[in-house]
Design a protein around this ligand. Structure first.
Ligand SMILES: C[S@@+](CC[C@H](N)C(=O)[O-])C[C@H]1O[C@@H](n2cnc3c(N)ncnc32)[C@H](O)[C@@H]1O
Length: 208
């Protein structure tokens, strides 16, 4: 039987209590509390730098009003995004993780969310939604509900960027993602993994 969100929340909470940084970036070199915090957060800066370079190369522009980092973990990405947006929100299912995010990252509103929707966010209220290495851990039904929520809350002209769990086998280490541009519905495929600097994989824009 499929697990409930409560059960997932408990699992993530346990993982965060065991080794909060490694559970997010599972690099074998840093297993057992060996991630250096600065190095860990530098990976978020690098990732967001690549994503914005890619967006620029595809003329995908967003207002710098506010972002939502869905499945924010300890704020690895939120910290990087905060430098580019006036306001930021981070949402995660694990209270321990959210506590850590609050301690590591200032100027972002972090919140625990353990339901299958995002009721805190009104329609058309967020300029940039980002979610990396999150949806793949969530059963399909819930994924769909969160994706519906992303499309509900992204502002017209805003952008939702999220990794697509089904695009590549996990063993390749690749994280493909889709950018959805609010209102136009334009879809662009990119890679978030950074293993290929070119942001590859037949990046294309498909009008809806
Ligand atoms: C692998 S970590 C990625 C964290 C962050 N996105 C990053 O790239 O640094 C996955 C995160 O998703 C969170 N998560 C899992 N299911 C979730 C859900 N249903 N709602 C919100 N967060 C969730 C976990 O608690 C965990 O912090």
């Amino acid at each position: 039987m499929a697990k409930t969100l409560d059960e997932y929340a408990k699992e993530w909470q346990g993982d965060a209590e065991a080794d909060a940084l490694w559970v997010i970036l599972t690099d074998s070199r840093y297993y057992g509390g060996k991630w250096n915090v600065e190095d860990f957060f530098a990976t978020g800066d690098e990732e967001i730098e690549r994503v914005f370079r890619f967006m620029q190369s595809r003329s995908l522009r967003v207002n710098d009003g506010c972002f939502l980092d869905f499945g924010c973990g300890v704020g690895r990405i939120s910290k990087a995004l905060r430098k580019r947006f006036q306001r930021g929100f981070g949402v995660d299912i694990s209270p321990k993780t959210v506590d850590l995010a609050r301690s590591y990252v200032k100027g972002v509103d972090f919140m625990v969310n353990q339901c299958d929707s995002l009721p805190q966010f009104p329609d058309d209220s967020v300029d940039f939604i980002y979610s990396h290495i999150v949806l793949q851990h969530i059963p399909n039904d819930y994924q769909k509900r969160y994706l519906d929520e992303f499309l509900r809350i992204v502002r017209p002209g805003g952008l939702a960027v999220f990794s697509n769990p089904d695009r590549f086998p996990q063993s390749t280490g690749e994280q493909a993602a889709f950018c959805y541009q609010g209102q136009t519905g334009n879809k662009t495929e990119i890679s978030l993994s950074g293993r290929n600097e070119e942001m590859v994989n037949s990046a294309q824009t498909t009008p809806s």
